[in-house]
Design a protein around this ligand. Structure first.
Ligand SMILES: [Zn+2]
Length: 136
């Protein structure tokens, strides 16, 4: 009988002849190591978006809240990542799923985030990337 070896750890496999791995752990190790680079990038961005969303929800459990940008940065907020944007006269809101914020400055020039929850009517807003936000 031909010997077979685990594709992950190369230990000899015993038992069923269609086995490729010792166990579930070897299987998942193998698949993680062989994930294409773009899948790894996607997962990284997804987890950043989720962390951003959790932080927004944490600091604004209900309604609107204003939080210092520095506090959010220290908590691990990543300003590069957002799922969508909404342009209003008051400015551009950056959303992570159902939470978003408007970058504002207080009277002393301190940078803050006005955190808001997504409202139903926002789903009906049409976004046209070919129109400059300054023309709206
Ligand atoms: Zn193995």
């Amino acid at each position: 009988m031909k010997m077979k070896f685990c594709l992950s750890c190369s230990k000899e496999l015993v038992g069923r002849t269609d086995k490729k791995f010792c166990d579930a752990q070897c299987r998942s190790t193998y698949h993680n190591q062989n994930r294409p680079q773009h899948e790894i990038s996607i997962q990284k961005i997804n987890s950043t978006l989720r962390r951003n969303r959790s932080l927004l929800a944490h600091f604004s459990p209900s309604g609107k809240t204003t939080v210092n940008k520095e506090i959010m940065l220290k908590s691990g907020y990543s300003f590069e990542a957002f799922t969508h944007i909404f342009n209003f006269k008051s400015g551009t809101y950056y959303f992570c799923y159902d939470y978003g914020f408007l970058p504002i400055k207080d009277d002393n020039g301190i940078e803050k985030m006005l955190i808001v929850q997504k409202q139903d009517y926002m789903d009906t807003l049409n976004f046209n990337p070919w129109v400059s936000i300054w023309e709206r």
